[in-house]
Design a protein around this ligand. Structure first.
Ligand code: CDP
Length: 224
């Protein structure tokens, strides 16, 4: 019998570094990469452009169904518009977490995410990769860090991009986003029962990537 295409799920809260870690792990293994948060950000942007309120579950899900999306290397195209930069704004991060509470939208995006599972394998990052979208992932990492460390990282990221940054506002925003992600009824942010906790307050990106790869190697040895 053919073995299923392996998925490494990396979930965790905002600014935990999971995107960078997931991308590097994918590059190292030659796997595909799914940034599931980008999908929610795109829906937030597309809804805004269509004049749809982020709180309108039905209209947001309908808008998502009609999206024409294209992923090319680092770029994301929405209806032939390059939105790679636009979806990265703090406003779209907030919008993403508001549209993400809608079960109808999560249902629409579920199949889009499954389509990323292609040979030789996939590294997927988000909030519910290991719990809901890929429950059969061979490795489920829950990457986290304290709120203060995450706020500090986001603050430094914005400064590096020469964008306005206010540490207190970022901290407040992270707390709100964490609360919304953890407390929603549909696919809340939580560690999978068979997940591995990676606390990164005192771990560099390189070290975090090494830990994930070590765990994957262990899986390969045991499943050989
Ligand atoms: O970059 P950051 O970690 O702040 O956010 P992101 O991963 O781009 O995700 C933006 C928002 O989308 C999150 O705050 C979540 O509310 C939502 N999201 C989700 O609900 N499920 C996912 N699998 C990924 C993101």
């Amino acid at each position: 019998m053919n073995k299923p295409i392996p998925v490494i799920a990396i979930d965790g809260p905002s600014a935990s570094g999971k995107g960078t870690v997931a991308q590097r792990v994918a590059t190292h293994l030659g796997f595909h990469y799914l940034d599931s948060g980008a999908l929610y950000r795109i829906v937030a942007l597309a809804s805004q452009q269509a004049g749809i309120a982020w709180s309108d579950a039905e209209a947001v899900a309908m808008c998502a169904k009609q999206l024409s999306l294209r992923f090319e290397n680092e770029q994301v195209w929405l209806n032939d518009q390059d939105v790679s930069e636009a979806i990265r704004s703090e406003a779209m991060g907030k919008g993403a977490s508001q549209v993400a509470v809608h079960q109808a939208l999560r249902q629409v995006l579920s199949s889009v995410q499954h389509d990323f599972r292609q040979v030789p394998g996939l590294v997927a990052d988000g909030r519910d990769m290991g719990t809901v979208i890929f429950p059969d992932a061979v490795l489920k990492i829950f990457l986290t860090a304290s709120t203060e460390v995450r706020a500090q990282r986001r603050y430094q990221q914005l400064l590096a991009k020469q964008q306005a940054a206010d540490y207190q506002a970022i901290l407040q925003d992270l707390l709100e986003r964490d609360a919304r992600d953890k407390n929603r009824a549909s696919a809340p942010l939580l560690m999978a029962k068979d997940g591995i906790l990676l606390e990164t307050d005192h771990l560099s990106i390189v070290e975090a990537v090494e830990r994930v790869l070590e765990n994957y190697q262990r899986f390969i040895q045991f499943s050989a």
